[in-house]
Design a protein around this ligand. Structure first.
Ligand code: MGD
Ligand code: MGD
Ligand code: MO
Length: 771
């Protein structure tokens, strides 16, 4: 699969270089430049009045939830001026743009021509304004009516030999209300094929935590950050991906907390912060963030955690009862002795080496956490997107349990989610592996028999397409082709579909690499005013800390033909299921309150949903682990210590580990701009960050043009024409941007148990570019 069929629209970004400029990487994030950068984007895309109106309402009580990340809003005092960050403003500029894609645009531009553009240019074309249809063998999309679109989908779905020949993807922006109706339709239709972006994201967290502590979510609230002694941040780049977290970290530091960063790169946003909303920040005075920066090797986290545990154990032996929380361990855990025993097989020296650190550095970490249980551990993709992602999550739980650092104020587990409602999607049963209890409840409330078997997740869906087992693919948002691994393999799988459908706000590459027929259905975005039956509506979302909050858009939509996601689902359901349905789809299409009333009956924690969602700031979902109560499926009320092996990493002389990361100017596959300001990389995305010693050994000069290869499963995967950037990264490690490097991520390289693609560790070879 190293070359694409010439006649097909390109699945990859063009092999073209722009004009790379390199500057010194920064050691602090945000501040005034960040605010001005955001303003430039807003003004360019939306104009002043629309942009300012949008920003004013973003993340305010009664306003709309930023469609960017899932970081929570403060429970109490929100900034009177602004509760958004630079990247939130860019997210708004992206969706609130006044540029429009009309029928004429698609008549003038063939699918193949659009696919020749890079992702940045594709995204900048504007908002989709009406349903678009690509007929069999057609070269151009053409506008169609909504009725046509729903009938097409219904006909194709009803022609399938089995409901399991269709899959229904969800990206994490869809509201609770639309998500609930979506899964209801899919299950009444008769399948659990509900792959979602979680499968590629925090699935390792969901699986690991559900198994260990009985709930697949974090246990802290924002207030815990203001009352803690140590915050450990592993495999997460908050300065870029969760910028509002920096304010929480700054407040934590002001209150005396220490921060330990664990990351192969020295990320600016982990080192320092100039708060643009404080006088100090405006004057350019920064708060130092990380007190200790542990520059681990890619996937060195497990070795680091084990080394910390071993050293804590040693300290505990020296002064029994002073380091481990025996009361917590006795009351809540099993396997403590066997776990400590398992650590005996390792020497701290070897663990340090495997982590890529010195013993001294790890001792410093131990010093910081030894005498307190007020510890918060945060993590994101640097932990989850590894073969051993689930095991590392459980090792984090092990550490927290030794210290009794769960279920207490100022302590706990804090997986930081990605998409703004990805956590809510799962709560609403967007899941390929629904629990029998959840399905029983659907049956009880609605009276139909939902399918019971597990459906396909993301990787299984791609393989099923390739094998011809899936014929219809429906995506509620997202950019499946570009977000998934093994781009060329996935592209040829998608091309085997009979029908591909995307509910989207903006054009993306998944619309261009399609089935025999394809539809694009334009929808409202978070900031758009949603009027149904003459009334302004609001939806609701769940943030990373389990708070459910309303979100009410207020900008005039770019076109009168946009439909909200809930209406799209209800209309599709009605057209497809007709008189076979037991659900009153018209009722739910008209009223989110009606949807919320039925969610209240099905999903635990949503009792009185319609009242509680109207409270300023929303409401917290129940979370027993947060209160120190563990209700697990397998182990009752106790949490087992998990004994995991150390991952083995062997590289041949010409091999490197590659991790794929987000630049500061993108939201996943949406490319806001071409600069990664904090890392000092400007006007280019086809770069590979390399250690200077590795470059010397390989004979590469700075800005050498290279080709990248992966050879898993005996297949050559090639990403050609990248530029080498010398960077502070451990030897043997490299980093590239997602999605440009996804072509190298092998479809079979997945995390055990969560089946998450190993986007943070791909073994590659690098050769000078052959022109
Ligand atoms: N502006 C913006 N915000 C976003 C997103 C976006 O694209 N743009 N995406 C959203 C989504 S869906 C998600 S999931 C989150 C993602 O948020 P993050 O997880 O912060 O995003 P990544 O860029 O994937 O990188 C994670 C960090 O892990 C480090 N890392 C890589 N490999 C390893 C490793 O083996 N060990 C350790 N310890 N660290 C490692 C990288 O250097 C990087 O700093 O952000 C969300 N928010
Ligand atoms: N190599 C590599 N691959 C990765 C990752 C990585 O770190 N490395 N990260 C993974 C992660 S964490 C994730 S979450 C996935 C993300 O995978 P996805 O969620 O599939 O991708 P996005 O780029 O977030 O989707 C962007 C598209 O969503 C549409 N959109 C935006 N807003 C809305 C809306 O309100 N409604 C609807 N219907 N559509 C909307 C727009 O058309 C836009 O083009 O990618 C994964 N892939
Ligand atoms: Mo994500």
């Amino acid at each position: 699969m190293s070359k694409e069929p010439e006649q097909d629209p390109a699945a990859e970004n063009p092999e073209e270089l722009l004009d790379l400029k390199i500057t010194e990487p920064k050691d602090w994030a945000a501040g005034i430049p960040a605010v001005t950068v955001a303003m430039v984007d807003i003004l360019k895309e939306t104009g002043f009045v629309r942009g300012m109106e949008g920003l004013f309402h973003m993340n305010k009580k009664g306003g709309f939830d930023c469609s960017g990340c899932a970081w929570p809003d403060p429970d109490d005092d929100r900034s009177p001026i602004a509760e958004y960050c630079e990247n939130g403003a860019k997210a708004l500029a992206e969706e609130a743009t006044t540029k429009k894609l009309t029928g004429e645009f698609f008549a003038e531009n063939s699918v193949a021509d659009l696919a020749k553009l890079n992702d940045y240019d594709i995204g900048k074309k504007g908002r989709i304004t009406q349903p678009m249809y690509l007929a069999k063998d057609a070269t151009h999309y053409a506008p169609v009516s909504w009725d046509f679109a729903f009938k097409k989908i219904a006909d194709e779905l009803n022609a399938l030999a089995s409901p399991d020949e269709a899959a229904f993807y969800t990206s994490g922006r869809t509201s609770n209300e639309a998500s609930f109706m979506y899964q209801l339709f899919v299950r009444e239709f008769g399948t659990n094929n509900m792959p979602d972006c979680s499968n590629m994201c925090h699935e390792s967290t969901s699986v690991g935590l559900a198994d260990a502590i009985g709930i697949g979510k974090g246990t802290v609230t924002l207030n815990d950050f203001y009352d803690t002694d140590v915050i450990i941040i592993m495999g997460q780049n908050p300065g870029t991906n969760h910028p509002r977290m920096l304010s929480a970290l700054e407040k934590a530091k002001d209150k005396g907390s220490k921060i330990i960063a664990v990351n192969p790169l020295h990320e600016a946003g982990l080192m320092g912060f100039k708060n643009p909303q404080k006088v100090k920040g405006i004057l350019g005075i920064k708060t130092q963030l990380a007190d200790l920066y542990l520059q681990v090797r890619i996937n060195g986290d497990m070795a680091l955690l084990k080394a910390i545990e071993k050293l804590l154990y040693k300290a505990e032996l020296g002064n029994p009862g002073s380091v481990f929380d025996h009361e917590f361990i006795k009351k809540n855990t099993t396997g403590y002795v066997a776990f400590l025993d398992s650590l005996n097989q390792y020497e701290v020296d070897d663990l340090a080496k495997a982590a890529g650190l010195t013993v001294k550095e790890i001792e410093q970490a131990v010093e910081l956490i030894k005498n307190t249980n007020r510890i918060i551990i945060c993590w994101a993709m640097g932990v989850t997107q590894h073969k051993n992602g689930v095991a590392t999550v459980k090792e984090i739980v092990n550490l927290a349990m030794l210290k009794g650092a769960i279920g207490k104020p100022g302590a706990g587990l804090c997986p930081v989610r990605g998409h703004s409602n990805v956590q809510g999607n799962r709560t609403m049963i967007i899941w390929d592996k629904p629990k029998p209890k959840q399905l029983d409840k659907l049956k009880e409330v609605f009276g139909f028999e939902p399918p019971r078997g597990h459906g396909y997740d993301v990787v299984e869906s791609i393989k099923a397409m390739d094998e011809g087992k899936l014929k219809v693919f429906f995506a509620m948002g997202g950019n499946f082709l570009s977000a998934t691994p093994d781009t060329l393999f996935t592209a040829q799988a998608l091309r085997k579909l009979k029908l591909s459908v995307h509910v989207s706000t903006k054009l993306n590459r998944s619309h261009l690499v399609h089935g025999e027929e394809a539809l694009i259905l334009p929808t409202l975005s978070r900031s758009d005013k949603d009027v149904v039956n003459g009334e302004d509506q609001f939806i609701s979302c769940e943030n990373s800390m389990g708070v459910i909050q309303m979100s009410k858009g207020m900008l005039t939509p770019v076109s009168e033909h946009l439909m909200n996601e809930n209406q799209i689902v209800c209309n599709m359901a009605k057209a497809t299921l007709g008189s076979r349905s037991v659900v009153d789809w018209d009722k739910y299409a008209k009223s989110y309150d009606a949807v919320r009333d039925v969610i209240a009956k099905v999903i635990p924690g949503f009792e009185d949903y319609n009242q509680k969602v109207r409270l300023p700031g929303g409401f917290y979902l129940p979370n027993p682990a947060r209160e120190g109560k563990f209700i697990t499926e397998k182990n009752g009320s106790v949490v087992p210590f998990n004994i995991a092996p150390l991952p083995k990493h062997e590289l041949a002389a010409d091999e490197y580990h590659m991790t794929t990361i987000r630049s500061h100017d993108q939201f996943n596959t949406t490319i806001y701009g071409l600069n990664d300001r904090y890392r000092g990389i400007h006007n280019e995305r086809r770069v590979i960050l390399m250690n200077e010693n590795d470059m010397k050994k390989a004979g590469f000069s700075p800005q050498e043009k290279v080709d990248l290869f992966n050879y898993d499963d005996g297949v050559e995967r090639a990403a050609r024409l990248f530029v080498v950037v010398p960077y502070n990264i451990p030897e043997g490690n490299t980093a590239t941007y997602y999605p440009e490097a996804n072509v190298l991520v092998p479809i079979n390289s997945v995390a055990a148990q969560s089946n998450t693609p190993t986007s943070k560790l791909v073994t590659i070879k690098i050769r000078k570019h052959l022109a």
